[in-house]
Design a protein. Structure first.
Length: 415
């Protein structure tokens, strides 16, 4: 007899795995399945980011991003400590290099206090003492910023999930979803063979494919995923000690991207990046990436043209610097003049799954959609990796609320 799962989670990134793990913790008697189309977990956004456990500097007080990030720092750090996953609390400096950035820095400093963060304002002299290789007019020092390997975190969550009784199916690409009043049928291609999975409730954490999953179920939404490539370089080993902290520029508050920064990685290396270039393939991690399906979907969406027009100048500059390395280097030399062109060595790119509304608005916070028997995470912006544990808890709460079950009571107790 075919098994009917109580919950099916589509997506093996850190948000999907965190959700499944916490569902299994809350409801140990229930059967839970994670479906991932790749041959391993965290192969997309989770495995292609800077590995930073963000403190929550940038986010509007009271927003889900701010709330999740603060809780996520503590939860992620605790999880790593419990499972012997290396974490380095190196801290972060946000460096102002011109008068406009100094003004923005003051506003950002106030926001840090509103979000209850442990921060310090440095002048030019104090900045130079902390970081001799960094130049700037001042900086915000953030103590509660760390680095980690999120792939290791995701894999450990999946391991604990399986120990609790959960199931993970890899190399399983979803091709269709049919919802009936009593269940959800998922059809998929697993290693070249057609397979079916039936569940009583579906959770979708599909990142770059979030809009396609809602469309597959006929759920009407006002957004589409527009991919932005984040391109990185790695510095030579001789520069592994070039900075003691993570070094970030003061960001433009009108843009959702944080700018090119120097990131100490948990393996001891230092990366430069990312930029934010228009992507023409949702999973395009190479230098030249084109998908006709992705392009057709994008150019047929009114929001793409509106957001592109609004940020046309910035987009053109980013594209130029993507192809012209001296332009990219200039962004780094603003605050770190020591780095030379030959120091920018190749490193894998990442793709940001940015939800854009039909009116061209970039969705800055978390976005959800739902049907009677499904819940979709449509936008999980940075710092989603940092916030994955509280996001997973939030999703579990929404499921309990949707099914009219007390969050503190096992589903088995009231089913």
């Amino acid at each position: 007899m075919e098994q009917i799962y109580d919950y099916i989670v589509i997506g093996g990134g850190i948000v999907g795995v965190s959700t499944a793990w916490q569902l299994q913790q809350r409801y140990p008697e229930k059967s839970i399945l994670v479906i991932e189309k790749e041959q391993g977990l965290s192969r997309h956004q989770t495995g292609h980011n800077s590995g930073v456990i963000h403190a929550g500097v940038y986010y509007a007080p009271g927003s889900l991003k701010a709330e999740f990030c603060t809780a996520g720092v503590a939860a992620t750090t605790q999880f790593c400590a419990e499972h012997d996953i290396p974490v380095e609390n190196c801290g972060k400096l946000l460096v102002a290099t011109n008068p406009l950035e100094v003004t923005r820095m003051q506003a950002l400093y106030e926001r840090c206090h509103q979000n209850g963060l442990d921060v310090e304002l440095l002048d030019e002299v104090e900045l130079k003492k902390r970081e001799p290789n960094i130049s700037g007019l001042g900086a915000i020092a953030v103590a509660t910023t760390s680095i980690v390997n999120y792939r290791l975190v995701t894999e450990k969550m999946a391991e604990v999930f399986a120990e609790l009784g959960g199931t993970v199916e890899l190399d399983t690409r979803v091709e269709g979803i049919i919802e009936t009043p009593n269940e959800v049928l998922v059809t998929a291609n697993q290693s070249g063979k057609a397979v079916n999975f039936t569940g009583r409730f579906l959770v979708v954490c599909s990142g770059l494919m979030a809009d396609r999953m809602t469309k597959m179920m006929g759920i009407e939404t006002d957004f589409q995923i527009v991919p932005y490539r984040g391109e990185y370089y790695r510095l030579p080993k001789k520069y592994n000690q070039i900075v003691k902290h993570l070094i970030y520029p003061i960001p433009d508050p009108d843009l959702p991207f944080l700018g090119v920064h120097l990131t100490r990685m948990i393996d001891g290396s230092v990366t430069v990046g990312p930029n934010a270039v228009q992507g023409w393939k949702r999973e395009g991690y190479g230098k030249i990436n084109i998908s006709m399906r992705d392009i057709i979907d994008m150019v047929g969406f009114p929001g793409f043209w509106k957001v592109t027009a609004k940020h046309l100048k910035t987009g053109l500059i980013e594209t130029k610097n993507s192809w012209w390395k001296p332009g990219y280097l200039k962004l780094v030399n603003k605050y770190c003049p020591k780095i030379q062109l030959a120091d920018l060595e190749p490193y894998p790119a990442g793709i940001r799954a940015q939800a854009v509304l039909k009116d061209g608005t970039l969705v800055h916070d978390f976005l959800f959609a739902e049907s009677e028997r499904s819940l979709h995470v449509c936008n999980a912006p940075s710092p989603a990796a940092t916030s994955a544990i509280p996001i997973g808890g939030y999703i579990c709460d929404k499921i309990a609320e949707k099914q009219q079950l007390p969050t503190s009571m096992k589903i088995a107790d009231v089913a």
